[in-house]
Design a protein around this ligand. Structure first.
Ligand code: 0WD
Ligand code: CA
Length: 379
């Protein structure tokens, strides 16, 4: 349209009324001081457990939080291929959207502003989403990956729910046998270094199950945006005297480095994702199992979240990434003006695209706030 053809004059103000698309590049556009980001504060915990009936149920407690069991970092020998035939895999065709987080909200009504009839008047947040959605937005200036985020404004809160892009769905459906097996390795690694009990030993004979999860719910502010989001947390250090999220640990696997190019790509493309993901929840440490091509981990390495930007030298900038996110959220608030639980705006970043565009979704199946939730909110 004409708005897209309008010349960008260089002043950020002249572009304020251009609501048709949002630029990803150039980086210089976002190269300013790190925006205000308050220390994430944990306001809740919940567990997803499918042992009852095979469906993921939400429990308002930490029953699925695992304990980290320290190992001799240089002397491990974890075969991540073991037990693949017994893997109890979550069906990724089933889209849970924000449902589990919304169930947590309804289980914790006392945290929110209440009406006399017991319904919720306000969530006291500008945005509600999964942590993983924020990670994707933050990493956008430094990654090619496509993403789509659906946004609904309801009762003054912008609800954001990811929609799988055509490219990502295609990649998922065209995985070969080896890729499918490799997607098991990360979960198997978790089993080698965690235990349900504080002083227990990992049980690596049990089938691996990726239905179960523990989630932390946090509040933080990014500049003028109040944020409320949930994120899956792998485990906790039982021996630590710190309190959540400072005693949480994120677990990862990565292919060991065979040459300097491997190492460079690790710092350039992988560490920014690890940093954004853990920084958003205030998790101080990421423990990585380095594996070979046969899925054997021989070495563990701990990365300090706050050190990652420095470790990565000048490959990426956390300030650019966070400024991009801050301004993108402002853009969302400029575009999404109709407060209606059934109105869905879709924000899309195509593969390697230099802009984020938006459109309205018109199909009733795109509505993602369920009636069981909206009926309990009375603004
Ligand atoms: O609605 C959606 N489109 C999504 C929902 C996309 C991504 C996640 N989810 C759900 C997850 O199933 C989980 O219940 O949200 C919850 C947690 O979200 P998050 O913490 O915001 O997700 P993210 O930071 O992307 O991933 C954290 C962990 C992953 O760890 P690694 O180390 O791989 O980053 O959540 C797990 C995974 O362990 N995870 C999943 N587990 C099973 N199925 C999935 C999945 N599809 N995605 C992430
Ligand atoms: Ca993990």
């Amino acid at each position: 349209g004409p708005a897209q053809k309008r010349k960008v004059s260089g002043s950020s103000h002249s572009n304020k009324d251009n609501k048709s698309s949002f630029p990803v590049f150039p980086h210089s556009r976002y190269d300013a001081a790190f925006p205000n980001f308050s220390e994430p504060r944990e306001v809740g915990q919940f567990s997803l457990d499918a042992s009852e009936d095979g469906e993921r149920n939400v429990y308002n407690d930490s029953r699925k939080l695992k304990f980290y069991i320290p190992k001799d970092d240089q002397k491990v020998n974890f075969d991540l291929r073991r037990g693949y035939e017994k893997f109890i895999r979550k069906d990724d065709d089933i889209k849970e959207r924000l449902d589990n987080l919304l169930r947590w909200v309804l289980m914790n009504k006392e945290q929110f502003t209440a009406n006399e009839d017991g319904s919720i008047k306000s969530l006291n947040t500008d945005f509600l989403m999964w942590r993983g959605h924020l990670t994707k937005i933050i990493c956008t200036p430094f990654q090619k990956d496509s993403w789509s985020m659906a946004v609904t404004l309801f009762g003054g809160t912008y609800y954001m729910s990811e929609v799988e892009t055509a490219e990502n769905e295609k990649r998922r459906n065209e995985m070969n046998e080896r890729e499918k097996e490799m997607s098991y390795w990360g979960y198997k690694f978790e089993q080698y270094v965690t235990c349900d009990q504080k002083d227990g030993e990992p049980d690596t004979s049990e089938p691996v199950n990726n239905h179960d999860a523990f989630c932390s719910v946090v509040r933080s502010n990014l500049s003028k945006h109040r944020l409320l989001y949930g994120g899956e947390v792998d485990c906790i250090r039982a021996e630590s005297s710190k309190k959540p999220p400072q005693n949480y640990v994120e677990l990862k696997t990565s292919r060991q480095w065979f040459n300097p190019r491997n190492e460079r790509n690790f710092y350039r493309f992988k560490l920014i994702k690890w940093w954004a993901q853990s920084f958003l929840v205030g998790i101080p440490e990421v423990i990585c199992g380095f594996r070979d091509d046969d899925g054997v981990v021989k070495r563990l390495k701990s990365f300090q979240t706050l050190q990652m930007p420095r470790d990565s030298r000048d490959h990426w900038s956390g300030a650019v990434a966070f400024n991009f996110c801050q301004q993108f959220l402002s853009f969302v608030r400029q575009v999404v003006t109709i407060d209606d639980p059934k109105k869905v705006y879709l924000f899309e970043r195509g593969p390697d695209s230099s802009t984020v565009t938006w459109r309205l979704l018109e199909d009733p199946s795109d509505v993602f706030l369920p009636d069981w939730f909206t009926s309990q909110i009375k603004p």
